[in-house]
Design a protein around this ligand. Structure first.
Ligand code: HEM
Length: 490
């Protein structure tokens, strides 16, 4: 039975039980007209981050949407974002649950989707010590440089014959292998259970399940879950995810093999799990926690960084003057004799780093951040935000707000020349990594991945699109189309 039929069948019951029409005395944020029961669900498809910009133009910086039984507040101004993420951070640092994220993050036993509480704190602390500390980040430097070097060698073969490359796949393989080596000590080129080129499909499959919707996302509770079961949606999502789960299980099995010597974050968690069982600790890591961490590292670590680099090359091809300025700086400062780029080379570059900032402003890889959920009622800009409301911070719209940025849609790194604004979470007009308690813990790693990859691509090659190729058209198109091929000029 389709979700729609189940919905029609159950709608009257839901209406009675959930009191959707109960009049509210709260000063709720303005919202588009709603339909009975489903609220604004029918408009959901139109709510691409770009369109939510229109939402702000029409309804203001704090707008309310009703998705079935779930109120969703969309924040679209610097001031409102600061109120939510700074002043009320402790009241809205929970994450809402969805059927897709429950599967992908193993009952929310990960960092990104875990409810706010002791378990989340413990996992996050562990990730900071074992993955993201300055010491750890430096210890992974060799892996990053080595993998970039390998990638450049492979791309050079294409360049000598002027053969177009699929940059998206190349970036997923490069960044995927760096992240897998750092996170799980697994080198995809030597791995028996996965081909290095599969990593893009695995990340995309995982993202597909995360983004998928289910009846219970909008009508939470027992009825919602029952409908998902009857309609087969739960099974469908589990089927899509099964290949990813097998990949994670294989990673785990590698770590459980006797006599293993390395000590990545998964090894540390396995040791902690054994100790917790022996000591009878209150916090007990389970297989779900181990797989949740594996899932976080892959889904959070690979897609966003690869997409940002891809947008980098796209914007630079679209803006040849900026490309020239950036490459002139790189090649003048680093000379033209280098066989391999080192991370310390980044320290010599100033304009290049402003270009990366501009990329994060125009193309935040998580345009609405990860959704938050209000733990209790609070007020933003005078409006009531009810407990349990979902909160989306539209960093895409804020990063392109014409009141904050001159020629906001233009890719122009010069805007940062005399500016102290940075992306580290304190300037609320520019928060591509979020802010507050749930700010991205992998920010420094993400920035290094993006900067080092872009530097390698721009130092060794000139970029363009193949002549007479539809790709030329794609480069001038807007947001949605990331798929194009580039030709390299040695
Ligand atoms: C360009 C690269 C990256 C970008 C733009 C990015 C962006 C973000 C954003 C916007 C959030 C949500 C913040 C919020 O809700 O306020 C987030 C959360 C997170 N990111 Fe990243 N990220 C990047 C790289 C990474 C990397 C490399 C890792 C790890 C390998 C990582 C791990 C995480 C985790 C675990 C969370 C969840 C934090 C929590 O809920 O406590 N990210 N990231």
């Amino acid at each position: 039975m389709s979700v729609f039929l189940c919905f029609l069948f159950l709608a009257p019951l839901i209406l009675i039980f959930l009191h959707v029409f109960k009049p509210s005395k709260l000063n709720l944020p303005p919202s588009p007209k709603k339909l009975p029961i489903i609220g604004n669900l029918h408009q959901r498809g139109k709510l691409h981050p770009r369109n939510r910009r229109n939402l702000a133009e029409k309804y203001g910086p704090v707008a309310l949407l009703q998705y079935g039984n779930v109120p969703v507040v969309v924040i679209s101004s610097k001031e409102a974002a600061e109120e939510v993420l700074k002043i009320h951070d402790s009241e809205c640092c929970n994450r809402p649950e969805t059927a897709g994220t429950k599967i992908t993050f193993y009952n929310f036993k990960d960092i990104g989707l875990a409810p706010f509480g002791d378990e989340w704190t413990a996992l996050r602390k562990l990730s900071v010590v074992e993955l993201f500390s300055v010491k750890k980040l430096q210890s992974f430097r060799n892996i990053r440089e080595e993998e970039n070097d390998l990638c450049i060698k492979k791309l050079s073969e294409f360049a000598t014959t002027r053969t177009p490359v699929n940059l998206e796949r190349t970036l997923f393989t490069l960044i995927g292998n760096i992240v897998c080596r750092i996170g799980y000590g697994i080198n995809l080129y030597e791995c028996e259970f996965v081909d290095e080129n599969r990593i893009m499909e695995l990340v995309h499959k995982s993202e597909k399940v995360i983004r998928a919707t289910a009846f219970s996302d909008f009508f939470p509770g027992r009825i919602g879950r029952l409908v998902d079961r009857i309609s087969g949606q739960e099974k469908r999502l589990k089927n899509i995810f099964s290949e990813v789960d097998t990949f994670y299980q294989n990673i785990l099995d590698e770590h459980l093999k006797p006599g293993r010597e390395s000590s990545d974050i998964i090894d540390v968690m396995i040791d902690m799990k054994k100790k917790q069982e022996k000591d009878g600790d209150a916090l007990k890591f389970t297989t779900d926690h181990l797989k949740g961490m594996i899932s976080d590292i892959l889904t959070a670590g690979v897609g966003g960084s690869a997409a940002t680099v891809l947008w980098g090359i796209t914007e630079l091809i679209r803006n040849p003057k900026v490309m020239k300025k950036v490459q002139d700086e790189i090649r003048t400062k680093l000379g033209d004799e280098k066989e391999r780029i080192k991370e310390e080379d980044l320290n010599q570059l100033h304009y290049f780093k402003l270009m990366v900032k501009e990329l994060f402003r125009l193309h935040p890889s998580t345009p609405l951040l990860l959704p938050r959920q209000a733990l209790s009622h609070f007020k933003v800009q005078g409006y009531d935000i009810p407990a349990k409301a979902q909160i989306l911070v539209n960093v895409y719209a804020i990063g392109r707000d014409p009141n904050l940025w001159e020629n906001a849609d233009e890719f122009n790194p010069d805007r940062f020349l005399d500016s102290s604004i940075d992306y580290k979470g304190g300037n609320f007009e520019f928060i591509p990594f979020g802010s507050g308690r749930r700010i991205c813990p992998g920010m420094t790693m993400g920035i290094i991945l993006v900067e080092l990859t872009l530097l390698n691509l721009l130092y060794f090659f000139n970029w363009g699109v193949p002549e007479k190729d539809v790709a030329r058209e794609n480069v001038t198109r807007d947001e949605d189309n990331l798929d194009f091929v580039q030709v390299l000029h040695p």
